[in-house]
Design a protein around this ligand. Structure first.
Ligand SMILES: NC(=O)c1ccc[n+]([C@@H]2O[C@H](COP(=O)([O-])OP(=O)(O)OC[C@H]3O[C@@H](n4cnc5c(N)ncnc54)[C@H](OP(=O)(O)O)[C@@H]3O)[C@@H](O)[C@H]2O)c1
Length: 277
């Protein structure tokens, strides 16, 4: 774990970027929604890249059997249902040695704002995706701190940045989780925890199938390998697949000068302009 302060003085105002890096080798990790899709690929990649153990957090413990058959006691299945807050605190009690937490599990229910079930869809997405993130962060921030910092990885989406009208309620929840991830970057950064915001585009899983978007979807391993590399280089954003990379490229400049910049920089800039007048 290295703390780097990187000052880019070529910019009009000096931008301070704190990079906290994390190598998965030798770490104990926890992945939610570990039984299938992107979560299962993250378990595979973490173990292949030298994680010593992965807590596979699943709703139904039987769904983790393929993972324990593959990896033996390097994978420990643990129960979690994001709809039941008491399972989050119980999970944290049981996994107090964890150093890298991946909040991957989420629901997808597609509604436009004009659909009759729009409020139901939004409430479900807010409960699982958004409140789930807040509860996971609250439960695991102190654990990560006491284990030396580590990393908190949040599965956001390109839908966090670009709303597709067919999936508007889902996009709204992913915009909310991205907003919260920015806050976590600042808050957890103060305790030396790396925070990574992952924005997949189109990945071949049950979720993209349900969305009717499986054509051209890329394998989950692209996300998993991307997470390992992004943690190693201390990046805040990861746009892993082809579609996501395109959006990430267009977003890069805004991200660098606004999202990854401390708002205090703007205040400081304004103050010096006022003094100069
Ligand atoms: N696939 C894509 O193209 C794509 C694109 C952008 C972002 N993402 C994001 O990537 C993450 C993983 O997506 P995926 O495509 O792998 O999804 P997926 O195949 O649908 O898997 C979803 C996972 O979340 C778990 N889950 C659902 N509700 C839960 C709850 N209440 N409590 C605990 N776990 C719950 C599921 O468990 P069960 O098996 O028990 O249902 C499953 O393990 C999500 O955050 C998603 O929004 C995916």
């Amino acid at each position: 774990m290295i703390n780097q302060i990187d000052i880019d003085s070529s910019h009009a105002s000096v931008i301070h970027k704190m990079k906290i890096t994390c190598d998965i080798r030798g770490k104990i990790a926890l992945v939610t929604g570990a039984n299938r899709g992107i979560g299962s690929a993250i378990v595979d990649a973490f173990l292949h890249h030298g994680a010593t153990k992965v807590y596979a957090s699943v709703r139904n413990l039987d769904s983790a059997i393929p993972l324990t058959e593959r990896y033996g006691d390097m994978v420990e299945p643990v129960q979690l249902n994001l709809a039941e807050p008491e399972t989050i605190t119980a999970l944290a009690d049981r996994t107090s040695d964890v150093q890298v937490v991946v909040n991957n599990a989420a629901v997808f229910k597609a509604s436009t704002p004009l659909d009759s079930d729009a409020i139901d869809s939004l409430e479900l997405a807010m409960k699982i995706n958004v409140c789930g993130l807040i509860r996971m962060a609250q439960a695991f921030a102190p654990i990560l701190k006491s284990n030396g910092g580590g990393a908190f990885v949040q599965l956001n989406s390109i839908a966090s940045l670009k709303c597709a009208s067919n999936f508007a309620t889902h996009s709204a929840s992913k915009a909310a989780t991205y907003s919260l991830t920015q806050a976590l970057r600042e808050l957890l950064g103060q305790q030396g925890t790396a925070v990574l915001s992952v924005h997949p585009g189109l990945i071949a899983t049950d979720m993209s199938d349900t969305a009717g978007l499986s054509g051209n979807a890329e394998p989950s391993s692209v996300v998993a390998e991307g997470i390992i590399a992004a943690l190693k280089s201390g990046d805040f954003h990861l746009f892993p697949d082809t579609m996501a990379k395109r959006i990430g490229l267009a977003y890069q400049s805004f991200s660098r000068s606004v999202i990854e910049t401390d708002i205090a920089e703007y205040k400081a800039e304004k103050n010096s302009e006022d003094i100069a007048k």
